[in-house]
Write a protein that binds this ligand. Sequence first.
Ligand code: PMP
Length: 453
Amino acid sequence: MSRKSLVEQYTEALPTSRKLYERAQGIFPSGVTHDSRYLKPFPLYVVRAKGSRKWDVDGREYIDYWMGHGSLLLGHNHPEVEAAVHEQLSRGTHYGACHEKELEWGELVTQLIPSAERVKFTSSGTEATLMAIRLARSYTGKTKIVKFEGHFHGWHDHVVEGVMPPYEVPVSPGLLSEVVGSTLLCPPNDGQTLRQILRNNPDVACVLIEPTGASFGAIPTKGEFLQELRQITREHNVILIFDEVITGFRCSPGGAQGYYNVIPDLTTLAKILAGGLPGGAVVGKKDILELLEFKEDREWNRYKKIAHPGTYNANPLSAAAGVAALRIIASGEENKKADKIAQHLRSELNSVIDKHQVPWKVYGDFSGLHFLFTYEEDQKVPFDPENFQYDYRKLKGGNPQLFHAFRCAMLLHGVDVTTTTLTSSAHTLEDVDKTATAFDRTIALLKEDGLID
Ligand code: PMP
């Protein structure tokens, strides 16, 4: 009898996920509710999660490295976060009014994030970058924005340019050419080109960056570049926005800006900010966020103030989860734990790669790791911060087909990874060992299936 293929094994092992996916196809485009959850032949359906683990509809257990798309630095359902949400739930989920939890939440943010003189809550990271750009445009009276190739800032029209190779083409159609033309792209880590762009375009309002590099360091950025960037933007009178939606409260309690001690004018936050519930924020200089203020001046309020409604801004449940999570994170211990596990994981997985002699690399910084399936020996290692010379155009996008097969094989072996795999402070050394074993078996399975040499 011939052996079963990866797809056959996966289909046989997850029958209920498959059934639910069939139902989903009649409801959602491609049956999914987030592009990155799309998986061939069908995605995973989960019923429960705790700590570093989650369980699917077929009762299978997984070590989870999605960690709520990066929102769960403390792992799933940390007891203090869970208790805070329960307590808030019993008092109501939406008051349509101000509440004390939003004050506590905002105060914690200003204490932890160095650039946060003022805070404005939004419902998501996408809304936060949209608002940050609007603030920058309004404050400077200029229109264009600069972003770096590969960097991800959400899905609104102003930032879907230059996210995936080929970087010249936005990741979505349906955009106005004027909007596309107003977002200028700069190669990552390239101060010289940035200076040139700013010299040639006096109408640039802001520069936006993921401070540890595209997609949490899939294309790494060094701390020195952030300092250079701070200097360049200051020289050209351009607003510097750190998009810390993923790095915020993760690289350190003060985010990447706290870690590298480079202070932007504006910062966008989400994910960990709201302890695993929906929420985002724009924070930054008082005189910029002042543009959101009401004044005793009808002219100002009607013509100059930036409008900001939003049904779920500072939602009480998100505020309760956020306050509980940030209080725990404030000491910095959780960040260190998550970083240490990730470092160990990167090193264990690279040992497995060496054993199998496949042209892969695992790299990353802080509590993240990325899989590179096309590692070229003639290039310098991408994760060596001293020698970062890897062609950045080869670091994102890769081979989606192989990634689907890789993810299915890892799921078969009890591990759920993604393109930006993240650890939490709930992950353990035992999780790392089990993941390394799953990775070992996965490579063997992909070889047996003829998907890799
Ligand atoms: N910016 C960055 C750096 C992100 O990682 C994300 C989400 N992955 C966003 C913005 C968008 O956030 P949201 O999904 O909450 O809209």
